[in-house]
Design a binder for this molecule. Structure first.
Ligand code: LCS
Length: 393
């Protein structure tokens, strides 16, 4: 089957269309830690990489492997490795590709734990980053050097909603150093909105806890790249350093969740546009950050590189106190971190997901982040309106 020619809506359902011995339509859960060899010689050949086949579930598992192949297809990458969390994917990827003394350039706005990894943990191993605003090409050109090993940013930055020009940054980085590895966290956009590898990036990482699973019941991550890079990430970052392996039960749930990713993204982008229109017209809201808005500074880049603008919107209230009051008065929106679920989630980055880096990441403590869900948008809007009104007292 010529799988590469199928549209994303088909790939999320069928993947690479492998049927198993019993003809089961959905991928079975291979709940096993290890795999029996036919002979000592076969075991030896598998360890030596002379024969394909499973060895031990930290190194690969049939359920997880099906999922990895589906994600690789969706991102347009050669190979994919699954992890037990997005941070598992990000830490294994960076620790596989960087060594003591290497130069890293990263965006200053990153998910809080990625920020902590880059600012606090990597320096303990002699890896220092220059952190810049990746949407400013002047800063990109000043920071990337001929010896820069890795450039790291989020396709849509959490929580500022900045959109980096992936093609421009990747072109510049590779012109300075053809071996420079450009890593893009595609969690907010998903491969249905942008495929960073096709724009010139070398590695895509994901928190699959979000849209890829889509149902708020799994923590997981992925790294996708060409085989040569992926082998390093799997055989060093996953196998030897983090051991952050995704279990087959979680892999099954994500395979199931992925089947509706296209309808989920279609619905959530449409819902978000309606909520954004409401926020932009609200007298209680000072500023709205959503790349679909024409006045968003990265709207042109987003329109060029992305098919749609996603399901997350951030907005500023009049004060820190007012932002907290809004959170305390919502009824339908769940007061919870995370995003990409069926339920609308609302949180306050400065005191929650990004409490360690609000100032350095360049956003205000008056900011609220709303991850729009699949409810009727009028109900979401009514809930926000009553919370805004209640927050005035
Ligand atoms: N990358 C991005 C862009 C994220 O938003 C997150 C988690 C991660 C990586 C880490 O993934 P995890 O290990 O949690 O699977 N973001 C969260 C957030 O904004 N709220 O709660 C978690």
């Amino acid at each position: 089957m010529a799988q590469k020619t199928y549209a994303p809506a088909t790939v999320v359902v069928h993947g690479n269309h492998v049927h198993n011995d019993f003809g089961a339509l959905s991928t079975p859960i291979f709940q096993t830690s290890t795999f029996v060899f036919d002979s000592a010689e076969q075991g030896g050949r598998r360890f030596a990489g002379q024969e394909s086949g499973f060895i031990y579930s930290r190194l690969g598992n049939p359920t997880t492997s099906q999922l990895e192949q589906k994600i690789a297809l969706l991102e347009g990458g050669e190979d994919c490795t699954a992890f037990s969390s997005g941070m598992g994917a990000i830490s294994a990827t960076l620790l596989s590709l960087l060594s003591c003394g290497d130069h890293l350039v990263a965006d200053k706005t990153l998910y809080g734990c990625t920020f902590a990894l880059i600012h606090e943990t990597l320096p303990r191993f002699g890896i220092h980053a220059d952190c810049i605003d990746m949407t400013d090409m002047a800063q990109v050109k000043a920071a990337i050097r001929p010896d820069t090993k890795v450039v790291y940013f989020e396709a849509i930055a959490n929580p500022s909603m900045k959109v980096t020009d992936i093609a421009a940054v990747a072109d510049y980085a590779h012109a300075q150093n053809p071996d420079c590895i450009v890593i893009v966290d595609n969690t907010f956009a998903t491969p249905l909105l942008v495929q960073p590898l096709k724009l010139g990036a070398d590695v895509v990482v994901h928190s699959a806890t979000k849209y890829l699973n889509g149902h708020g019941d799994v923590v997981a991550g992925f790294s996708v790249a060409r085989k040569e890079i992926m082998d390093k990430i799997r055989m060093i970052g996953l196998k030897d350093i983090t051991g952050a392996v995704l279990g087959p039960q979680e892999a099954f749930l994500i395979l199931r969740g992925l089947k509706t990713l296209k309808v989920h993204m279609d619905a959530v982008c449409a819902n978000t546009q309606k909520v954004v229109d409401f926020l932009a017209g609200s007298k209680y809201v000072q500023k709205v950050f959503y790349p679909g808005l024409e006045n968003h500074p990265d709207h042109t880049v987003a329109t060029r590189e992305m098919t749609r603008f996603g399901g997350v919107v951030s907005f500023e209230m009049g004060s820190f106190e007012e932002a907290k009051k809004v959170l305390n008065h919502v009824h339908l929106c769940a007061l919870a971190v995370s995003l990409g679920d069926c339920e609308t989630l609302i949180q306050h980055p400065a005191s929650m997901t990004h409490s360690m880096c609000t100032k350095a990441a360049g956003f205000s403590d008056r900011l609220i982040r709303l991850a729009v869900g699949l409810e009727d948008p009028d109900d979401i809007i009514a809930d926000l309106q009553q919370a805004f009104e209640a927050a005035q007292n």
